[in-house]
Design a protein around this ligand. Structure first.
Ligand SMILES: Nc1ncnc2c1ncn2[C@@H]1O[C@H](COP(=O)(O)OP(=O)(O)O)[C@@H](O)[C@H]1O
Ligand SMILES: [Mg+2]
Length: 323
């Protein structure tokens, strides 16, 4: 299996104005994240709100500039590209947003919304060629092409997300960042959109970074999963190992809070101490230590790296206690 995307030591700090005495304050949204995604696979990225998932997704596409680190896409360093070369890569990497309503221009017909990227990237020839492509895309995502002249507000949430997907696919990308694409939808509609994404992945050979705070949704769609906590990846593994044998205490706590699909199997809920700390003042040592039920003294001062488990080279965790 070949690697499509590699992320090395990615960091993103947002300046949040000057503090007292002229000291600059920063939100440390991404604090040294590394992972890879294989071609044709889905990497699920999970974690609580505010842990840096959206920031990470946007840094990969250079919609925002990372502070440091590298993103390597199909062998080329995206973080070093500019001008035409960057535009060419932008075509290959697209994003689907959480809220399909605010991301669609309310004054454009959906035909125009889907056509726009074809104009920007000069694809599919003239107006007739582009129109044919728009019809094809609408059919691909399960929309009736006769709805081309209607406006976004005339569609339901699920249909709007289909429009967002058609627009993202217009320029034939290989890689999609799906940023909480079903979080704003009713549960019954969520499954339809997830199934559409899985079907499109098979048909078009797409690779996904699928961002969600919902562990059940991520379990359904992902081949591999990365768990984030306060700007860092604390665990990565193949989907089945992560869900069957979570190793990091944070992942264990997250999974213990998911409602059990088999009610007669009893689960012990792990309740974490305290709240999620602010990313502008992350704790020393292991960021998770103030809330961790396994913490030892050294966790306050030593920072763990993401390392493979002795029993499974494909399952990595960032913990000083669990090995
Ligand atoms: N443009 C920005 N300026 C300042 N802080 C930001 C900005 N974007 C995100 N943040 C902060 O970075 C952290 C991570 O945010 P985000 O990536 O949106 O998390 P998630 O998607 O996991 O909910 C949060 O503390 C958020 O407030
Ligand atoms: Mg987000």
């Amino acid at each position: 299996m070949s690697t499509l995307l590699e992320v090395h030591s990615l960091v993103k700090n947002f300046p949040v104005g000057d503090g007292l005495l002229g000291t600059k304050r920063w939100v440390r949204a991404i604090q040294g994240v590394s992972f890879t995604i294989n071609r044709g696979e889905t990497l699920g990225l999970v974690g609580e709100s505010g842990c840096g998932k959206t920031t990470l997704g946007r840094c990969l596409l250079r919609l925002i500039e990372p502070t440091s680190g590298q993103v390597i896409y199909d062998g080329a360093e995206v973080t070093a590209l500019d001008g035409r070369a960057l535009k060419a890569y932008r075509r290959r990497m697209q994003i689907i947003f959480q809220d399909p309503f605010s991301s669609l221009n309310p004054r454009m017909t959906i035909g125009k919304i889907i056509e726009e990227p074809l104009i920007i990237h000069q694809m599919h020839g003239d107006a007739t060629g582009r129109r044919k492509r728009v019809e094809e895309l609408m059919e691909l995502v399960g929309l009736n092409p006769s709805a081309m002249l209607r406006y976004p507000h005339e569609f339901s949430g699920g249909q709007r997300q289909r429009i967002g997907i058609a627009r993202a696919l217009a320029v034939e990308p290989e890689f999609l960042v799906c940023d909480e694409p079903v979080s704003a939808l009713d549960v019954s509609i969520q499954a339809q959109i997830i199934n559409l994404l899985m079907d499109l992945q098979k048909r078009l050979g797409l690779t996904y970074l699928f961002i969600s705070h919902d562990l059940r949704v991520v379990e359904h769609i992902s081949h591999r999963v990365a768990v984030m906590y306060l700007g860092k990846v604390v665990e990565t593994a193949a989907r089945d190992s992560l869900y069957a044998r979570p190793q990091h205490p944070y992942t264990q706590a997250l999974l213990s809070a998911v409602p059990n699909p088999t009610p007669n199997v009893k689960k012990n809920r792990i309740v974490l101490e305290g709240d999620l700390p602010s990313p502008s003042a992350p704790p020393s040592g292991c960021h998770f230590h103030p809330r961790c039920f396994l913490r030892e003294d050294r966790c306050r001062t030593e920072e763990p790296d993401l390392k493979a488990l002795a029993v499974d080279a494909d399952h990595c965790i960032s913990c000083l206690v669990v090995k």
